[in-house]
Design a protein. Structure first.
Length: 200
């Protein structure tokens, strides 16, 4: 956020989730739009950004919405997109929200990410940046390099890849489960995610 935006810029996180991006934007004096399909997540986000901190005056706007249909955001109005989509159906984000992409298998998820990428491209200003955190998954003992599939989808939407950053994963929710099974079934833990920085 510090590298790819400046104070009073408009940031978008259309998978707001736990609200981390919203908090950082407010602290760094960026205005931010947070979008999520989950009412519980939006309530959590609202609580997290209700703080007073000297010099932290970024404006936070929250919307219940679908990352594939951001019709409440104007074309070329956003200065930075910084978001973290689900990894297909590896961890369910909600029980029964129809728009929740974490209910989709890999093939369907990747198809829907084409719509997400198109909306990112539409709302972002020219020469600005879209930052996506994405990981890979394992199904039936085999790796599925989903992150690179998503990278290609964003490139095919018109974005140029500026940076590819490898983020080490530590203390994941399921680490204990996977560590036990990795020894039992002889596979390596997925210990990284990719942070893709795209330029429009």
């Amino acid at each position: 956020m510090l590298r790819y935006s400046k104070e009073k810029d408009l940031v978008l996180d259309q998978f707001a989730g736990g609200g981390t991006t919203l908090v950082e934007a407010k602290l760094l004096n960026r205005n931010i739009i947070g979008v999520d399909v989950n009412d519980i997540a939006l309530e959590r986000c609202k609580e997290k950004v209700q703080f007073d901190f000297s010099g932290a005056d970024g404006e936070v706007r929250l919307y219940k919405g679908d990352a594939r249909k951001l019709n409440f955001i104007e074309n070329a109005s956003v200065d930075l997109i910084c978001t973290h989509p689900p990894y297909s159906d590896i961890i369910k984000y909600s029980e029964d929200i129809e728009e929740d992409l974490s209910h989709l298998n890999v093939t369907d998820f990747l198809e829907e990410m084409k719509l997400v990428a198109a909306e990112c491209y539409r709302v972002l200003k020219k020469d600005k940046f879209c930052v996506i955190l994405m990981g890979d998954i394992r199904k039936k003992g085999h790796m599925i390099p989903m992150s690179f599939e998503v990278m290609r989808i964003f490139e095919n939407s018109g974005f140029k890849l500026k940076e590819l950053i490898i983020k080490e994963q530590h203390n994941c929710k399921a680490t204990g489960y996977w560590k036990t099974n990795s020894a039992k079934f002889n596979f390596l833990l997925i210990a990284h995610e990719y942070l893709f920085v795209f330029k429009k």
